[in-house]
Design a protein around this ligand. Structure first.
Ligand SMILES: Cc1cc2nc3c(=O)[nH]c(=O)nc-3n(C[C@H](O)[C@H](O)[C@H](O)COP(=O)(O)OP(=O)(O)OC[C@H]3O[C@@H](n4cnc5c(N)ncnc54)[C@H](O)[C@@H]3O)c2cc1C
Length: 406
C-alpha cells in the first residue's frame, strides 16, 4: 500500500488529508505530522493576540477530523526531508519513509535582517506567539498602575500589510479592556502602525484602500508611511523617512509593546531539505510538485504559483492553500489509482476581505466591493466556510462566527 506523508495540519495539509480520506479509503496509508495537537485558523491569530477571542475559539483537535483507520497522527517537529532517501526526519521519532510527501509547513515571521527585530519585537505567526502578545500587553497595562510610564500604554505595529491592519483593528476594539486594566481612558491607549510603503493595502483598489485607512484614522490609529525601519532597540523603533537626508540620523518612536508584522516567509524546513526557494517558497510545477521531484508536493505558504500572466506569484493566502490542497488530493488519487492525472493547476481568487475589528471590514469578493458592516458579515461567512471545509459541521457549530447582529 502506498504511503503518503503530510507535513503540517494547517489549511493546506489538513485539507489534503480530509480529501484523501474520502477519495482513497483503504488504498493508502496516510501519516500526518504536526508539532501541535490542534489545527489553528491562522487568519484569526490577531483576535487571540488582542485578547478578543480565546485560543480555544480558533483551534480544534486535529484528531476530530482524522479517520484512524486510514490516518496516523504524529505529534513532532519536522527537522527536514531527505529527498534522495524519501524519508522525513523528525525531532523525537524514527525517520518516516514515504512514497509521496505533501509539504505544508506554512509560514514564519520574516525580519528581512533588520537589526534587533528578532530580539526586541513580538512576532505573530502561531497560537503561542499570539498568546504571548496578549499576555505582554496585559502585563504592560497592569504595570502602568505602578509605573505611570506612558510607554506602557503604547503599542507599535511594524508593518501595515493585511496582517498589521487586521491586528491594529482588533487592538482598537480591545482598547476599553486595556484601559480598565491600566486605570486610564480608552483614548489614552496609543496605537501606532509603521510601514515603508507610500500606498498601503496594494491588494485593494485605491478607493477601498483609502476607505480602510480612513477607518483606522477614525479609530485614532497613528499611521506612519514611507518609513524604512532601520533597527529595533528595546522599546524603540528607529526609522528613516522617504526624503530624509542621508546623514545617518533616524527618527524614533517608543513603546513598551512592539509587534512585528512586516511579512512572512515559508518554513525554514524548506531550505534545510535542500529545496530551491525564494523566501522559503518553492516555485511549483504545474502539478504543484517541487521542480525535479514529482513525489514531493509543495502546498500553501511554502509554495509559489505563477498566474498565467507570469508577472508575480499569487499572494499566499488560506484561500489558495485550500484550493491547492483540493488539487493535490485529486492528483494523488489519480496517481494511486493509475488513472489520468488532472489538467494542470489553475487558481481563481474569490476575493479578499480585511477586517478592522469585529464590526468593520472592507474588501472585494466575486467582483463586488464591500464596506463597513456588510463586509464584516461577509468576512465572518468566509471564515465559517473555511472552518466548514476543514472541520465539517461539528467545528463550524462549535467555533463558527455567528455574532452577526450588533
Ligand atoms: C493575522 C493573519 C490574517 C490573515 N488573514 C487572511 C485572510 O483573511 N484570508 C486568507 O486567505 N489568508 C489570510 N492569512 C494568510 C493565511 O493564514 C496563510 O496563508 C495560511 O495560514 C497558509 O496556510 P498553510 O497551510 O500553508 O500554513 P499554516 O496555516 O501556517 O499551517 C502550517 C502548519 O504546520 C505546522 N508546522 C509548522 N512548522 C512545523 C514543523 N517544523 N514541524 C511540525 N509542524 C510544523 C504548524 O503547527 C501548522 O499547523 C492571514 C494570516 C495572518 C497571520
Amino acid at each position: 500500500m502506498k504511503k503518503i506523508v503530510v507535513l503540517g495540519a494547517g489549511y493546506a495539509g489538513l485539507k489534503t488529508v480530509v480529501e484523501l480520506q474520502k477519495k482513497l479509503r483503504g488504498q493508502v496509508e496516510i501519516t500526518l505530522v504536526d508539532e501541535n495537537p490542534y489545527h489553528y485558523e491562522a487568519t484569526d491569530l490577531h483576535e487571540v493576540a488582542s485578547g478578543n477571542l480565546p485560543a480555544s475559539k480558533i483551534t480544534f483537535p486535529i484528531t476530530d477530523v482524522l479517520n484512524p483507520q486510514i490516518t496516523t497522527l504524529i505529534l513532532d517537529h519536522v527537522d527536514k526531508v531527505d529527498q534522495d532517501k524519501k524519508v522525513v526526519e523528525l525531532s523525537n521519532h524514527q525517520p518516516l519513509s514515504y512514497d509521496y510527501c505533501v509539504f505544508a509547513l506554512g509560514f514564519v515571521s520574516e525580519t528581512f535582517g533588520i537589526k534587533g527585530a528578532e530580539e526586541n519585537s513580538l512576532p505573530m505567526t502561531s497560537v503561542k506567539e499570539a498568546e504571548a502578545i496578549h499576555s505582554h500587553i496585559i502585563t504592560q497595562m497592569k504595570d502602568y498602575q505602578v509605573t505611570k510610564d506612558p510607554n506602557d500604554l503604547k503599542i507599535i505595529i511594524c508593518g501595515a500589510g493585511f496582517t498589521g491592519i487586521e491586528l491594529v483593528g482588533a487592538l482598537a476594539d480591545a482598547r476599553p479592556r486595556y484601559a480598565k486594566l491600566a486605570g486610564v481612558t480608552p483614548e489614552q491607549i496609543e496605537l501606532h502602525i509603521i510601514d515603508a510603503s507610500k500606498r498601503l493595502l496594494p491588494m485593494f483598489n485605491e478607493k477601498l484602500a483609502d476607505y480602510g485607512i480612513n477607518l483606522l484614522k477614525k479609530l485614532d490609529v497613528k499611521i506612519t508611511t514611507e518609513a524604512l525601519i532601520q533597527e529595533i532597540q528595546p522599546e524603540t523603533v528607529l526609522y528613516q523617512l522617504a526624503g530624509d537626508t542621508d546623514d545617518g540620523s533616524l527618527h524614533k518612536v517608543e513603546a513598551n509593546t512592539i509587534i512585528w508584522t512586516t511579512g512572512v516567509s515559508g518554513s525554514p524546513v524548506v531550505a534545510k531539505s535542500g529545496l530551491q526557494a525564494r523566501r522559503g517558497r518553492v516555485m511549483d510545477s504545474e502539478h504543484l510538485t517541487a521542480p525535479g521531484n514529482d513525489d514531493m508536493y509543495m502546498v500553501g505558504d511554502v509554495a509559489a504559483v505563477m498566474p498565467p500572466d507570469g508577472k508575480r506569484p499569487y499572494p499566499t493566502t488560506a484561500q489558495i492553500a485550500l484550493s491547492m490542497a483540493n488539487y493535490v488530493a485529486r492528483d494523488l488519487t489519480a496517481r494511486v489509482k493509475g488513472t489520468a492525472r488532472p489538467a494542470v493547476y489553475t487558481y481563481k481568487s474569490l476575493g479578499t476581505v480585511a477586517s478592522v475589528g469585529n464590526t468593520r471590514a472592507f474588501g472585494e469578493a466575486l467582483g463586488h466591493s464591500y464596506k463597513g458592516y456588510p463586509a464584516s458579515v461577509l468576512k465572518k461567512m468566509i471564515m465559517n466556510k473555511s472552518l466548514m471545509e476543514l472541520g465539517g459541521f461539528k467545528e463550524l457549530l462549535a467555533k463558527g462566527r455567528f455574532d452577526l447582529y450588533h
